[in-house]
Design a binder for this molecule. Structure first.
Ligand SMILES: Cc1cc2nc3c(=O)[nH]c(=O)nc-3n(C[C@H](O)[C@H](O)[C@H](O)COP(=O)(O)OP(=O)(O)OC[C@H]3O[C@@H](n4cnc5c(N)ncnc54)[C@H](O)[C@@H]3O)c2cc1C
Length: 356
């Protein structure tokens, strides 16, 4: 069996982002890397979106970039701009193609379907398989999105609708999310924040159909693509070991109040590349503790007071859009944190601070 210097378990977003980062910075010139990935073929399966607050390697995989967004609750809409930090959507199909074409050029990088095919004893391992021991009380962000195409122009492709809370909440938090890629193509997603104990929430296609027909008054369309997922809004139980660190979801790269993970994965990849020679002795990369603390309280409020969440999200966006974007992207300073915290209903959050 062959030995490798490095092993990446899982060739998904985090595994491939890391391999790409190491490859383009020539860290694999004299080193060998095994990537363990069971899938038979790579095809588009996710749309990764985020406000571009830091540079990343995948601008050429961006499907569309917007400078305006809206958020609404019944009878109220806020229109905001994000000129400074545009909202980008990455097509995972383009991402997989770009990374795999690059990695193929280096003979030191080999893909395997199963870890049993190689010797792992002398390698440093980057693991992206999360250990999710969810209990009945853990929250998930679960969703389904369809990319639809209309015959005639229908969408304003200059603006995304980040959260439309004007829909049934069913004792959870529920919103629709619309990304108009062109005037006649858009990704429409139904998204729930819940402990996933109500199967009726998973009737996603029907929810989207009703939203399109009754809310947007849109009947004549075809579905070109569908994606579904559930992002854990709790920390996986993976632990780092002497010769192993966790990356991606497994490495705690998900911002638990929002589900945003993609840019954190990119930052983590850069951190690993910069510290590769001493990776065993380097501190574990985490999302800043202050966000972990604030998100814990925020999630408690979601669980206990789901009915007020649409208003809370709406109020959050009455701070300047740059402030909210920085806060949600883990890049805010203390003054910006306070400007967001002061928008929250004080007693609800103080109670959540003391009661689990
Ligand atoms: C549908 C969807 C949409 C999302 N949209 C966004 C978004 O808009 N913005 C954002 O910031 N985040 C988003 N996320 C969250 C997050 O960015 C993604 O989940 C991201 O793919 C996480 O990367 P990862 O490498 O941890 O996991 P994955 O990308 O899932 O990679 C894990 C890999 O491990 C492989 N694997 C499975 N079993 C094994 C095994 N036994 N051995 C080895 N490998 C195995 C899988 O095939 C997969 O390739 C989304 C998540 C989903 C599911």
């Amino acid at each position: 069996m062959k030995d490798f210097d490095y092993i990446i378990i899982g060739g998904g977003c985090a595994g491939l982002s890391l391999a790409y980062e190491l490859e383009i910075h020539k860290k694999l010139k004299n080193k060998t890397l095994a990537i363990i990935e069971p899938r038979n073929e790579y095809k588009r399966d996710k749309t990764w979106s985020f406000w571009k607050i830091i540079p990343h390697n995948f601008d050429d995989c961006v499907k569309k970039c917007w400078k305006n967004f809206s958020i609404n609750v019944p009878n109220k809409t806020k229109f905001l701009d994000c000129n400074k930090y545009p909202y980008q959507s990455i097509d995972s199909g383009l991402f997989y193609k770009k990374v795999n074409e690059k990695l193929k050029q280096n003979k030191n990088i080999i893909f395997f379907k199963n870890i049993d095919e190689i010797n792992t004893k002398n390698s440093f391992i980057f693991n992206s398989l999360p250990e999710l021991n969810a209990n009945n009380n853990d929250l998930w962000q679960h969703f389904c999105g369809v990319e639809i195409e209309t015959k005639n122009n229908f969408f304003d492709d200059e603006i995304i609708n980040l959260m439309d809370f004007d829909c049934e909440q069913r004792k959870s938090v529920h919103f629709f999310y619309t990304l108009p890629f062109t005037k006649n193509k858009a990704l429409i997603e139904t998204t729930w924040l819940s402990i996933m104990n109500d199967d009726s929430e998973k009737d996603y296609e029907n929810q989207i159909k009703k939203y399109l027909e009754n809310h947007l008054n849109l009947r004549d369309y075809k579905i070109n693509y569908k994606e579904e997922g559930a992002i854990p809004l709790f920390n996986p139980s993976n632990k780092s070991e002497n010769n192993k660190i966790n990356i991606g979801t497994a490495g705690g790269m998900t911002r638990l109040s929002t589900g945003y993970t993609f840019l954190n994965i990119q930052e983590h990849s850069k951190f690993i590349r910069e510290n590769l020679e001493n990776i065993n002795k380097t501190k574990v990369f985490t999302i800043d503790k202050k966000y972990q603390f604030l998100d814990k309280i925020f999630l408690r409020v979601i669980k206990k007071n789901s009915e007020i969440m649409p208003d809370i999200f709406f109020k959050m966006f009455s701070s300047s859009s740059n402030t909210v974007i920085k806060f949600l992207s883990n890049k805010s300073n203390i003054l910006e944190d306070f400007s967001i915290i002061l928008k929250m209903p004080k007693w609800t959050f103080i109670k959540a601070l003391f009661r689990n």
